[in-house]
Design a protein around this ligand. Structure first.
Ligand SMILES: Nc1nc2c(ncn2[C@@H]2O[C@H](COP(=O)(O)OP(=O)(O)OP(=O)(O)O)[C@@H](O)[C@H]2O)c(=O)[nH]1
Length: 316
C-alpha cells in the first residue's frame, strides 16, 4: 500500500508542477512562445538567429498547476568555444526537465537541422517529448496540415514518440492556452515550486542586460549580433529619493569584439547608442515598474567568443 501523502500535499491534490523547455532551430519562436505562456515579456526576442544565450525561467501559474519554463539557446554545430558551451548547456537541460517541446515553425519546411536536433534529443530517453508547430498565423491551413504530418513522420524516422503534436501561434495567441494545459498535464503531481505572482527567477540584472542586448541587436547585421554581450555592472535604487519617486540606477557595459564594431554600435555622434539606451530604459521600466537611469558604455573585449577567460567574465 502506498504511504499516505503528507498533510501539506492534501491542499494541492491533483495539482501538478514541473519543468519544461522549448527547443528548436534558431528563430523557431521559442522565446516568443515563452513570453506568451507567461503573459509578460521576460525573454528577449529578435529576428536575428541565436540571440538567446541566458537560461531564463518563465513561470506559468494555472489553477491546475505550475509550469517552470527554461529557455535554452538553439542547438547548432559548434564553431567557437561559446558554441560548445551552449550545446552542453542544452543537453544538460534536456535531461533535467519533465518535458521538452520541440518547435517547428509552420512557415518553414522541416530540414536537416531539425533532424539533427530530434536525433540528439532522442539520446535523452526519459524526458517526455512534445512537438509544437509554431507561427501558424504565417501559414495556410493546408500547409499547416502538411507540416503536422511531416512532424509525425520525423518522429517515426527518428524513433521519437511525440506525446502531443500541437499547432500554436504565440503572436495571434492561438492555442497558447491549450499548449499550457497539455504541458501541465505532463508534469508530475506536486505543490507549486514558486510563490504566486513570480514570473521568473532570473536576477533583475540579467533581465536588464538582456533587454539592453535586444535593443542593441535591432538593426545590426552580419556577424555583429553574435559579437554583442551586455553586462550590468551595478544596479541599485538611488539614495535620498522620496519613497513615491524612486529611481533605479543601472550601470551597464556593452561589449563588442573589435574597434570597428564599437563605431557601428555607437553611431554618428552617439545617436545610435542613445537610441539603444532609450529603448532599453523604457523596456526595463515597464518590466520592473520603476523609473530607471541607464548609464551605458561600449567596450571592446577582443574576440571574446573564443577566449575562455573573457567568456567567464561575460557570464558564460
Ligand atoms: N508571425 C509570427 N511571428 C512569430 C511567432 N513567434 C515568433 N515569431 C517571430 O519569429 C522571430 C523569432 O522569434 P523568437 O521567439 O525570438 O525565436 P527563438 O526560437 O527564441 O530564436 P533564438 O533565440 O534565435 O533561438 C521573431 O521575429 C518573432 O517575432 C508567431 O507565432 N507568429
Amino acid at each position: 500500500m502506498p504511504a499516505p501523502a503528507p498533510a501539506t500535499f492534501t491542499a494541492s491534490e491533483g495539482f501538478r508542477s514541473g519543468f519544461a523547455c522549448f527547443v528548436g532551430r534558431p528563430n523557431a519562436g521559442k522565446s516568443t512562445l515563452t513570453n506568451a505562456l507567461v503573459g509578460q515579456k521576460i525573454v528577449i526576442t529578435s529576428d536575428k538567429p541565436q540571440t538567446t544565450r541566458t537560461v531564463v525561467r518563465g513561470i506559468v501559474h494555472r489553477p491546475d498547476g505550475q509550469l517552470v519554463l527554461v529557455d535554452t539557446p538553439g542547438l547548432h554545430k559548434p564553431r567557437t568555444l561559446l558554441g560548445e558551451r551552449l550545446n552542453d548547456l542544452v543537453m544538460a537541460t534536456w535531461s533535467e526537465v519533465d518535458v521538452v517541446a520541440v518547435c517547428f515553425p509552420s512557415d518553414e519546411k522541416i530540414g536537416p537541422g531539425d533532424r539533427f536536433l530530434v536525433n540528439e534529443l532522442g539520446k535523452v530517453r526519459r524526458t517526455t517529448k512534445i512537438a509544437v508547430a509554431t507561427k501558424t498565423d504565417l501559414a495556410e491551413p493546408d500547409r499547416i496540415a502538411a507540416h503536422l504530418l511531416d512532424i509525425a513522420e520525423l518522429g517515426r524516422e527518428t524513433g521519437t514518440d511525440w506525446a502531443e503534436i500541437v499547432p500554436v501561434s504565440a503572436v495571434a495567441g492561438d492555442q497558447v492556452g491549450l499548449l499550457a494545459e497539455l504541458l501541465v498535464a505532463r508534469m508530475p503531481e506536486g505543490p507549486a515550486l514558486y510563490p504566486d505572482g513570480d514570473l521568473t527567477d532570473a536576477p533583475e540584472e540579467v533581465l536588464a542586460a538582456e533587454l539592453i542586448r535586444e535593443a542593441a541587436l535591432d538593426g545590426v547585421h552580419d556577424e555583429l549580433p553574435h559579437s554583442i554581450a551586455v553586462v550590468v555592472e551595478e544596479m541599485g535604487l538611488r539614495d535620498g529619493r522620496p519613497d513615491d519617486k524612486p529611481l533605479l540606477d543601472i550601470y551597464a557595459n556593452l561589449y563588442v569584439e573589435r574597434d570597428s564594431q564599437k563605431g557601428i554600435v555607437i553611431g554618428k555622434k552617439g545617436t545610435r547608442l542613445r537610441q539603444v539606451g532609450s529603448v532599453a530604459r523604457k523596456q526595463i521600466e515597464a518590466l520592473l515598474g520603476t523609473p530607471v537611469y541607464l548609464d551605458l558604455h561600449v567596450k571592446v573585449a577582443k574576440d571574446w567568443q573564443r577566449d575562455p577567460r573573457q567568456l567567464r567574465k561575460l557570464g558564460f
